[in-house]
Design a protein around this ligand. Structure first.
Ligand SMILES: NC(=O)c1ccc[n+]([C@@H]2O[C@H](COP(=O)([O-])OP(=O)(O)OC[C@H]3O[C@@H](n4cnc5c(N)ncnc54)[C@H](O)[C@@H]3O)[C@@H](O)[C@H]2O)c1
Length: 367
C-alpha cells in the first residue's frame, strides 16, 4: 500500500489527544498516515477534537467509525476494559489494530484476538513497544553476552497514586479537558498492574525473555479517591506484589502499587554474579546514549509527550505499508497479560500459577 494509512482514533481522552492526534497531525508523517476519523461517546468531544487536530471525520459511535471506508486501521485510546471487544470488532471489520496498553485483561481474550486477526489477515501492534528503545536492545545484548554473569534476581515495578486525577485533560471546563478517569480505579481494566506495571513487565521480559510461573499478594490500599469534588468508589486492587520464576533459580520481584519504589522509572534492576544492571547502567557504563530514540522518534516528536505511543503507531503504519512486522507484538503483550492475570489468580488462591504463554524474545542476530 503506497498511499497514507487512514487512522481511526477510538476515544478522544488523554492519550487520544496527547499521543494519536498531536503526533499524527504533524506535517512530517502525512506521507505515511492520515487522521481519518475519531469517535467518542461523550457528546461533542469527537467533534471538538476533529476540529482542533484536523481529523477527517467524527462520530459518537464506534460502529460508525468502523463503517467509514477511509479508516484502514484503528488506535484504541479507550479504557482498557473495552479493548478486547473493540479489538475484535475492528478485526471483524477488516481493520488493523494498535492497542494502547494493556491489550486485553485476560490471556483467553488475547488468544482469541490473535487467532481471529490471523484468520482475517490484519495486523496487531500492542503498546508498550519497550524493546524498540535502543538502550533496551543494548542491555539485552550485554546480558546475552554474559556481562552480568549468572543471573540471580531482578526487581521491576511502578508506584502511581494521583497522576490520572491530575492530567491536563482532567481538570479543565470544556469537553476536551474534563475527561473522567474513574475507570483507572475500577474493574475490569483499572489498577496499577494494567496501567503502569505493564511497562515494567515489557522491559523485564523483553530484556530477559519469557517467564515460567508466578506467585503474588494483592490488595486495595485506597478504596476511595476524590475527583473534582466527588468520590470515586474504587473496586480494583491498587497494590500487588508478584514473584516471577524465570527458571534455573533466577527470580524476579515485580510490583504495582501506590507508594514507594526500588528501581528507576519503568526500568528493571537485574543482579548477577558478576555485575548488576541498575536502570540503564552496568557499572560505569550507561547503555542509554545521548539522543537515544526509537526509529520514528525524530524531529518534533523527540520533544513531544507520549513519543513511545507514536512509535508504536508508526510500527503499525510501516507494517501495513511495507509488510514489516513489529517487535511490539501481540504475543509479547499476551505473555505480560499472562503474568498479570496469573498474579491476581495466585493472590486469590494462595497457589503458585504456571504461565501458559510464551513469546520469541530478540535474538543475538536481531541485536
Ligand atoms: N493517560 C496516560 O498517561 C496514558 C499513557 C499511555 C497509554 N494510555 C492508555 O490509553 C488508553 C486511554 O487512556 P486515557 O488516559 O486516554 O483515558 P481517558 O479516560 O483519558 O480517555 C478515554 C476516552 O475514551 C472514551 N470512551 C469511553 N468509552 C468509549 C467507547 N465505547 N468508544 C470510544 N471511546 C470511548 C471516553 O469518553 C474518553 O474520552 C488506555 O489504554 C491507557 O492505558 C494512557
Amino acid at each position: 500500500m503506497r498511499e497514507p494509512v487512514g487512522m481511526g482514533v477510538v476515544g478522544a481522552g488523554a492519550i487520544g489527544i496527547r499521543a494519536a492526534m498531536m503526533h499524527l497531525s504533524q506535517p512530517d508523517v502525512q506521507d505515511r498516515v492520515r487522521l481519518a476519523a475519531v469517535c467518542d461517546p461523550v457528546p461533542g468531544r469527537a467533534e471538538a477534537a476533529a476540529l482542533k487536530y484536523g481529523v477527517g471525520a467524527f462520530y459518537e459511535t464506534y460502529e460508525e467509525l468502523l463503517d467509514d471506508p477511509a479508516v484502514i486501521a484503528v488506535t484504541l485510546c479507550s479504557p482498557i476494559g473495552l479493548h478486547y471487544e473493540q479489538g475484535m470488532m475492528a478485526v471483524d471489520a477488516g481493520k488493523h489494530v494498535h492497542f494502547n496498553k494493556t491489550m486485553t485483561t485476560t490471556v483467553g481474550e488475547a488468544d482469541r484476538l490473535i487467532a481471529r486477526a490471523a484468520e482475517v489477515g490484519v495486523h496487531l501492534v500492542a503498546s508498550p513497544g519497550m524493546m524498540l528503545h535502543p538502550y533496551n536492545q543494548r542491555i539485552r545484548k550485554a546480558i546475552l553476552e554474559g556481562t552480568l554473569g549468572r543471573l540471580v534476581w531482578a526487581a521491576a515495578g511502578v508506584a502511581i497514586k494521583d497522576y490520572h486525577l491530575e492530567e491536563e485533560f482532567r481538570t479543565g471546563e470544556d469537553v476536551l479537558t474534563n475527561v473522567d478517569p474513574s475507570w483507572y480505579f475500577r474493574k475490569p481494566g483499572g489498577g496499577p498492574q494494567y496501567d503502569v506495571t505493564v511497562y515494567a513487565l515489557h522491559n523485564l521480559t523483553g530484556i530477559l525473555g519469557p517467564a515460567r510461573r508466578v506467585t503474588a499478594l494483592s490488595g486495595l490500599v485506597l478504596p476511595e479517591r476524590e475527583f473534582r469534588g466527588r468520590t470515586i468508589a474504587c473496586d480494583m486492587d491498587d497494590s500487588t506484589l508478584i514473584l516471577v520464576d524465570f527458571g534455573e533459580s533466577f527470580f524476579g520481584f515485580v510490583y504495582g502499587t501506590v507508594a514507594g519504589r526500588v528501581n528507576q522509572g519503568f526500568l528493571p534492576n537485574v543482579y548477577g554474579t558478576q555485575a548488576s544492571l541498575i536502570g540503564t547502567r552496568i557499572g560505569d557504563r550507561d547503555l542509554k546514549l545521548l539522543d537515544d530514540h526509537q526509529p520514528h522518534v525524530v524531529g518534533e516528536h523527540t520533544t513531544m509527550a507520549e513519543s513511545h505511543v507514536f512509535e508504536d503507531l508508526m510500527q503499525l503504519v510501516d507494517w501495513i505499508r511495507e509488510g514489516k512486522p513489529s517487535i511490539a507484538s501481540a504475543e509479547h503483550a499476551r505473555h505480560v497479560i499472562d503474568i498479570i492475570e496469573a498474579g491476581y489468580r495466585a493472590a486469590e488462591t494462595g497457589q503458585t500459577q504456571d504461565l501458559r504463554t510464551t513469546f520469541e524474545p530478540l535474538s543475538m542476530e536481531d541485536l
